[in-house]
Write a protein that binds this ligand. Structure first.
Ligand code: IPD
Ligand code: CA
Ligand code: CA
Length: 271
């Protein structure tokens, strides 16, 4: 099962800006990585973290995009950017630091993520992991990691699948995560939790993981770029019912496509 968009979209005009924005924003974050940082907590408690660097990076990225595309809508995790992707038109979707808890603890798994959506669908993606200097990019062309073609894994045996569940830290998300962990450990090979949704999705696009699963609605900035990378790497991304994923969908089942139906059936809420 694959669900790559087919016709050229014309989005590649913006791809170069997306890549430069992710690299520039990531560099700002890297400058402060492993320095003494004050970590503030948000609505969902101590594991829902933000730092002044998250805000500074988002501001930097938005300013850079605005130099070339001042009229475009901007969705972003911090401050007063839009919080959901508009149904029509172009929208940039930014997570200045995805994996803030990792970042604040000095763990290298975090990314600056920039996606471009049109009419609600992700069409261009740049995920930059500054601490390991890995850059994941996809527009109309195939997905690439550090310039080299990226493809999803070929594993088709669910018992050999490495699956990364992505959930938030609120109480309802934790409860759903417990169910998903049970399912993954009972029916699939093993589990990883990177603590950075975009790193996990980029990992599916490159065969480092076989699937990312969630049964809850995830934020667009945690998902849009990674979903596009997976599609351009030959994989598949649906909602929890197996319908094509788009921002706002319930759940996310993103995989190499080889056992997608098995994942959807297994993760079905209430099962
Ligand atoms: C979080 C990370 C984490 C995921 C959470 C996200 P943040 O993003 O991607 O892996 O489980 O749902 O909120 O807060 O570090 O940008
Ligand atoms: Ca995030
Ligand atoms: Ca973030």
């Amino acid at each position: 099962m694959t669900d790559q968009p087919s016709a050229p979209t014309g989005i590649d005009d913006r791809l170069e800006t997306a890549v430069a924005a992710a690299e520039r924003g990531g560099s700002v974050a890297l400058d402060a990585f492993r320095s003494a940082l004050e970590v503030e907590t948000k609505a969902d408690g101590p594991m829902d973290a933000v730092t002044a660097v998250d805000r500074a990076v988002q501001e930097h990225v938005i300013e850079y995009i605005g130099e070339t595309y001042p009229g475009d809508a901007v969705v972003g995790e911090e401050d007063d950017a839009l919080k959901s992707v508009p149904e029509t038109g172009i929208a940039w979707v930014i997570d200045p630091i995805d994996g803030t808890v990792n970042y604040a603890k000095g763990n290298r798994v975090w990314m600056t993520s920039v996606a471009v959506c049109r009419d609600g669908a992700p069409l261009a993606a740049a995920n930059y992991a500054p601490a390991t200097d890995d850059l994941y990019v996809a527009g109309d062309d195939i997905a690439r990691r550090n310039g080299e073609p990226a493809t999803v894994s070929e594993i088709d045996d669910p018992k050999a699948f490495l699956v990364n569940p992505v959930f938030g830290v609120s109480r309802p998300h934790r409860r759903s995560l417990m169910d998903a962990v049970d399912t993954v450990l009972a029916e699939f090979g093993d589990m990883r939790r990177f603590g950075c949704a975009q790193a996990a999705l980029s990992g599916v696009a490159t065969g480092e993981l076989d699937a990312v699963v969630s049964t809850v609605e995830l934020n667009a900035w945690d998902t849009a770029a990674g979903v596009h990378l997976i599609r351009r790497a030959g994989g598949c991304a649906t909602d929890v019912n197996g319908e094509r994923w788009r921002p706002g969908s319930q759940g996310l089942i993103a995989s190499n496509g080889e056992a997608h139906g098995t994942l959807v059936d297994a993760l079905e809420p209430g099962e």
